[in-house]
Design a protein around this ligand. Structure first.
Ligand code: SF4
Ligand code: SF4
Length: 125
């Protein structure tokens, strides 16, 4: 499917947004990921945002040639619903394996350790 210039710009903005969130909004990232359920289906769509990543292997399921050292933005994708919207511009007919649930559902989960420090998150609300 052809992706418009506007959609590519939106995806580019999403890349910047994730960098910002991971660097400056760690509490938000941890809260949002605590509401994330499901698993990666290795569809590869998030490796084709704005452009095809050089490290993405071809075929399905896709893989990453630098998986063990991939950037934080790749490790935590999708951080929130907006990331799913970006990703759906690339592969609208195949949903991402992750989805986000309301806070109440996430609250039933055991306390997660901080994804950034490995310790208990300090942003608990
Ligand atoms: S879009 Fe979702 S299911 Fe597909 S590779 Fe990325 S995280 Fe995994
Ligand atoms: S570095 Fe790896 S995980 Fe990140 S976009 Fe590229 S192929 Fe995907």
């Amino acid at each position: 499917m052809a992706v418009s210039v506007l959609d590519r710009l939106k995806m580019g903005w999403g890349k910047l947004r994730r960098q910002y969130l991971i660097r400056f909004r760690k509490g938000y990232v941890e809260q949002s990921l605590s509401q994330r359920f499901g698993e990666c289906l290795r569809c590869g769509a998030c490796c084709k945002l704005m452009f095809d990543c050089f490290f993405c292997t071809r075929g399905l399921p896709t893989g990453c040639k630098i998986y063990s050292v991939r950037p934080m933005a790749c490790r935590f994708f999708p951080i929130d619903e907006r990331d799913l919207e970006d990703r759906n511009l690339v592969l609208p007919n195949v949903p991402c394996g992750f989805y986000f649930a309301p806070r109440e559902k996430a609250a039933e989960r055991p306390q997660l350790y901080s994804i950034f420090t490995g310790k208990e998150p300090t942003h608990a609300e």
